[in-house]
Design a protein around this ligand. Structure first.
Ligand code: PMP
Length: 402
């Protein structure tokens, strides 16, 4: 036998469901189909002008070379100040890693810490990438179903029951993709009380949507709610969502120095450093005028209200109003077991989502991709017009079921 044989880490994982959904929508559009796309996992706003200008200025100033593995001093200090102002937590220079997106930080954190047999607790519904990232790095995902009866949130009792001597990490994501739920400070404290009894468990808190919060004040952060656990928390964030900078690929992690040193050691062999130009842009985003973020949140709030009201008005569908991020997680149990006008039986949320795409030209993502069905995720990071058209088309499609 000759030629390429995939490594077991490749055969053990799937491609990201959201990346695949985006590719499918692009393909259908290229075929001339007009698709109402509610799959998008990124802001539809353009990167703010002052951020682009900072990138141009950096290029013109010759900041186009490798930086230190740990990032430029300017960006490091911008991140440390930003995080302190948001959470009150202070970190040292040796506690920061900067990479090509929060995604890369999470991946290398698992790579730096997991060996075969190590368990990672992941509450479902979860961001699609966590289980596959764990699997790719030899760990075992331990999925805890957190349905709407617990507001899609991990409870202290469920956490306590899932911890074993092999548990390496708990992954928390607040505000959440795909549900938009946001843990309160009290809920985080209650989880921290369980973790206090299990000092071998570290927590990866993914707070990439922290700025997109519809409540008053700020979304609670685990590092603020559980200062006593700070030496085993890796807090992950980035500029993708808050500043509409997904394509710049810039994220960061803050945590214990020993873990961060391992992550940075891996990064020195993987990518050397994130893009110097993106680092300059990210520093400008974090230190510059923040009114862009507030304007986006106001727009997302209006869209959320329209989406949630419209979806709940559809007979049989239901969703709670998300407190953060730009997603709603819609229960579609009503459609399961029904038949499409073409005579096909809808057996699960994947069938339902395919039906919506075929019959109503609306693209959404099935809940099964996030580990909890029967639901589908819609993104409201798109125009009000698109949201209203999508809701209308879904309504029609649901009515046509027998
Ligand atoms: N975490 C969550 C929950 C996300 O939804 C995403 C982006 N879809 C990321 C991390 C990755 O963000 P980045 O662009 O910084 O890699």
């Amino acid at each position: 036998m000759s030629g390429y044989q995939p490594a077991s880490r490749v055969t053990r994982i799937k491609e990201s469901a959201s990346v695949l959904a985006a590719a499918r929508v692009r393909e259908l559009k290229a075929q001339g189909r007009s698709i109402i796309d509610l799959t998008v996992g990124e802001p539809d706003f353009d990167t703010p002008e002052h951020v682009k200008q900072a990138a141009i200025a950096a290029m013109e100033a010759g900041e186009t070379k490798y930086t230190s593995v740990t990032g430029t001093p300017k960006l490091r200090s911008a991140i440390l100040q930003h995080v302190e102002s948001r959470t009150g937590a202070t970190y040292g220079e040796n506690q920061i890693t900067i990479a090509g997106g929060a995604k890369q930080v999470i991946f290398t954190a698992f790579m730096a810490s997991l060996d075969e047999g190590d368990e990672v607790i992941i509450p479902a519904p979860y961001w699609v990438s966590y289980p596959d990232m764990v699997l790719a790095n030899d760990g075992s995902p331990v999925i805890i179903a957190c349905g709407d009866e617990v507001d899609f949130k991990l409870t202290p009792a469920a956490l306590a029951a899932a911890i074993t001597p092999c548990t390496k990490w708990l992954v928390l994501n607040t505000p959440s993709n795909p549900t938009g739920v946001v843990y309160t400070e009290g809920e985080l404290e209650a989880l921290a009380a369980v973790l206090a009894e299990h000092p071998h468990v570290q927590v990866l808190t993914d707070e990439i949507y922290d700025e997109i919060y519809f409540g008053t004040g700020r979304a609670a952060s685990l590092v603020a709610a559980a200062p006593a656990l700070r030496d085993r928390i890796l807090m992950v964030n980035g500029v993708s969502k808050a500043y509409a900078m997904t394509g710049w690929r810039l994220g960061y992690g803050l945590g214990p120095a020993a873990l961060v040193a391992s992550i940075n050691k891996l990064q020195s062999q993987i990518s050397s450093c994130p893009s110097s130009i993106s680092q300059a842009a990210a520093a400008a985003a974090l230190t510059g005028d923040q009114s862009f973020v507030a304007d986006c949140v106001n727009a997302y709030r209006e869209r959320r209200d329209a989406a949630v009201a419209g979806l709940n008005a559809i007979d049989g569908l239901s969703c709670t109003s998300p407190d953060g991020a730009f997603y709603a997680y819609v229960r579609c149990a009503c459609a399961i077991g029904k038949t499409t006008p073409g005579g096909a039986l809808i057996e699960d949320d994947q069938d339902f989502v395919l039906y919506l795409l075929d019959a109503a030209s609306v693209a959404v993502i099935p809940g099964s991709a996030y580990g909890l069905g029967p639901y589908f995720r819609i993104s409201f990071a798109t125009s009000l017009e698109t949201i209203k058209a999508g809701v209308e088309a879904i309504d029609k499609a649901v009515r046509a079921l027998n």
